[in-house]
Design a protein around this ligand. Structure first.
Ligand SMILES: *Cc1c(COP(=O)(O)O)cnc(C)c1O
Length: 358
């Protein structure tokens, strides 16, 4: 019963087989191979737009390189106050931008509300020499709370940002999980909604180690080849990144993996939602569930071998009251590799309320 993260899963069989198939023969190095070219062509087809794209092996590299390409050292990058770029990347965005300042905006369920973005933009006027200059809005889709922005919500935020002269980045570490939950296309959830640069994740959804930085305006990508190389993120045997991304995208594999992951989460969330002693502070919209559990249930689950992480409760993010003294706040994540029987067993333990059968 492993619900710790979607990167506790291995890689999908099809992607591993593609890596093995890519092992044949001699191919050009440093991303000039035909597999990488094919992956980038597939991305252009899927996004219905010309793309200048770069494959890297971690999401942190993708985010930091993307932000570094569009934010000057004296820039401000606005993001949700719990964003991965803010809390979980060891200052990589600050390092790759040469010192830009991340400005966190709190908001319900991991989402930035337009009404909260406006005053922050007003606080950072352009041209005021003593302050960092507004440069970038970074939005996470799926958010760190497992929620998603609708395409209209994205467009509203990116319009405000563009009107203020900002560029917009999307941290799409779980882009596929968001996409399959929405009635929209990859184009509608990205450039049509005003996203300028996208970190397109694949690792959490079944790749071995592969993410892409996608620029919808090639002029913005000019510094990327150099930044990627000098930061040590240009793989010499780039074919293996190309192979992963190609297999991920071909035949809708990525959508199938994300649909499976989200389906497990939905079932788990529905089951938890039926237990009166359990509260979900916001809805499960992709493949992550956040829940407030009684201690007794948490203990019984742990004793039965369930694995998941306690989570920090931010009052500004939740509509429900904070965990009481006899409760814990936890995060549960499903993946394409989640076993339906593990969901069943977990829910059965929860239903027994932490009381051991006699
Ligand atoms: C996992 C994750 C990343 C990428 O993390 P890496 O561990 O560097 O691959 C980026 N953004 C979000 C929201 C994530 O959940």
């Amino acid at each position: 019963m492993d619900f710790a993260s979607d990167n506790t899963a291995g890689a999908s069989q099809a992607i591993l087989e593609a890596i093995l198939a890519a092992n044949e023969g001699l191919l050009p190095a440093y991303g000039t191979d035909p597999l990488t070219a094919k992956a980038l062509r597939l991305l252009e087809d899927i996004f219905e737009h010309p793309i200048t794209g770069f494959l890297v092996s971690t999401g942190t590299a993708a985010n930091a390189l993307a932000l570094g390409a569009i934010s000057p050292p004296f820039g401000a990058i606005f993001c949700h106050s719990q964003a991965h770029v803010m809390d979980d990347e060891c200052g990589a965005p600050e390092m790759f931008t040469g010192g830009a300042k991340l400005v966190g905006i709190p908001g319900w369920a991991g989402k930035i509300a337009p009404a909260d973005l406006k005053p922050v933009l007003a606080d950072f006027p352009r041209g005021l020499e003593k302050q960092v200059q507004p440069a970038t809005l970074s939005l996470s889709q799926v958010t760190e709370c497992g929620t998603i922005y609708t395409c209209d919500q994205l467009a509203e935020l990116t319009t405000l940002a563009h009107e203020a002269g900002l560029m917009v980045h999307m941290d799409g570490a779980r882009f596929a999980n968001a996409l399959v939950s929405l009635p929209c296309s990859p184009a509608e959830m990205s450039w049509k909604a005003g996203i300028d640069v996208l970190s397109f994740g694949a690792t959490k959804n079944g790749a071995l180690a592969c993410e892409a930085v996608l620029f919808f305006d090639s002029a913005r990508a000019a510094s990327l080849p150099f930044q990627r190389k000098r930061s040590g993120h240009t793989l010499s045997k780039g074919r293996y990144l190309g192979a992963q991304m190609t297999a991920y995208l071909e035949n809708g594999h990525w959508l199938g993996l994300a649909t499976a992951a989200n389906g497990h989460a939905r079932r788990l969330a529905q089951g938890l939602g039926q237990i009166p002693s359990i509260r979900l502070p916001w809805p499960c919209e992709a493949n992550e569930i956040f829940a407030i559990l009684p201690h007794a249930i948490d203990t019984a689950l742990k004793e039965a071998g369930a694995h998941y992480y306690p989570w920090k409760f931010h009052a500004s993010s939740a509509a429900s009251p904070p965990p009481a003294a006899d409760e814990v706040f936890v995060r549960l994540v499903t993946s394409f590799a989640t076993l339906p029987s593990d969901v069943d067993r977990f829910l059965a333990l929860v239903r027994s309320g932490g009381h051991k059968p006699i």
